[in-house]
Design a protein around this ligand. Structure first.
Ligand SMILES: *Cc1c(COP(=O)(O)O)cnc(C)c1O
Length: 247
C-alpha cells in the first residue's frame, strides 16, 4: 500500500475506534477530539493525514514543531512535550494549545509572552498521577493552589488537565486511573466555578477506549495513526536526548 493510503486507512481505523468507544460510553462524538501526534514524522505524512479533514496535530520537540508549523500554518498545533523555561516564547507565539504545563513558572511565562493580537493560549496542566520520578507534572494535591495562581493570568486560558499514566494492561486498571483524573477535574470545577475547565487530555494508542469511557475530550494518538516511531540511527541523536524530562 502507498504511504498516503496507509495513513488514510489508519485514520479510518482510529476514528472507528473512537466512534465505537463513544457509542459504548454513551458519549457525544463531538465531545471527543482526535489529536494526531506527528512527532518524528515528516511533513508529507501530515499533509496526507490532513486530507481527511484532520486539523489538530500534536508535537513534542520544539524545533521540529516550528519547522512543521511554518510549512503548514493552516493546521491547529498543540504542544505536548516537556517545556524548558527558556523556550516558552516560541511556544507562546506559535501554538494554539499547550497540554504539558508542568510548573507555575511555565504558565506565567506563556502568559507574558503570548502575543496580544492572538487569542488566549489554551493550556492544560500535566498531572503526574503515578508520582513517577522520571515524569514531570503536578501531583494532585498541588493542583488547586496552582489553578488559583493561573486563573488571573492574561493571554492564557486554563482549560483542564492532561495525563500520561504508566502503562497498564487491563482495561479496568486503565479506566480507574483515568477516572481519578476525571475526579480531579470535577473537584477543580466545583472549586473554581467561574473557570472554563472543560478539557481532559488522556488516552493514547493503547488506551484510548479506557480514556473515552472516563471522559477524555482529547485523545492523543501517534503510533496507531503514523506507525511506530524511529528513534534509531539519524533520528536518535536529534530526539532520544530530548525525551528526558526538561530542565
Ligand atoms: C508520543 C506521545 C503520544 C502518542 O503516543 P502513541 O502511544 O504513539 O499513540 C501521546 N501523548 C504524548 C504526550 C506523547 O509524547
Amino acid at each position: 500500500m502507498e504511504r498516503s493510503e496507509q495513513l488514510l486507512h489508519n485514520w479510518h481505523d482510529v476514528t472507528q475506534r473512537i466512534h465505537n468507544a463513544c457509542l459504548q460510553a454513551q458519549r457525544d462524538l463531538n465531545d471527543v477530539n482526535l489529536l494526531a501526534v506527528s512527532k518524528t514524522k515528516p511533513v508529507t505524512d501530515i499533509i496526507a493525514l490532513a486530507q481527511t479533514g484532520q486539523v489538530h496535530f500534536g508535537e513534542n520537540y520544539l524545533q521540529e514543531a516550528l519547522d512543521k508549523i511554518s510549512a503548514l500554518p493552516e493546521l491547529v498545533w498543540h504542544f505536548i512535550g516537556p517545556i524548558q523555561s527558556n523556550k516558552t516564547r516560541p511556544v507562546a507565539e506559535h501554538f494554539t494549545w499547550v497540554h504539558s504545563v508542568d510548573r507555575l513558572k511555565i504558565a506565567q511565562r506563556l502568559s507574558e509572552q503570548r502575543p496580544a493580537h492572538l487569542a488566549p493560549l489554551n493550556i492544560l496542566l500535566a498531572v503526574n498521577i503515578d508520582r513517577e520520578e522520571s515524569k514531570s507534572g503536578f501531583f494532585p494535591e498541588q493542583l488547586a493552589a496552582t489553578v488559583a495562581e493561573i486563573l488571573p493570568l492574561p493571554n492564557i486560558q486554563l482549560r483542564g488537565l492532561m495525563t500520561i499514566p504508566q502503562a497498564r494492561e487491563q482495561l479496568s486498571e486503565q479506566r480507574s486511573v483515568f477516572a481519578e483524573i476525571h475526579q480531579l477535574l470535577s473537584d477543580l470545577q466545583q472549586q473554581f466555578p467561574q473557570a472554563q475547565l472543560d478539557q481532559l487530555s488522556m488516552g493514547m494508542s493503547s488506551d484510548l477506549e479506557a480514556a473515552i469511557f472516563e471522559g477524555a475530550t482529547w485523545v492523543r494518538i501517534g503510533t496507531d495513526l503514523f506507525g511506530a516511531r524511529d528513534y534509531t540511527a539519524k533520528n536518535s541523536l536529534k530526539l532520544a536526548s530530548k525525551i528526558q524530562k526538561a530542565d
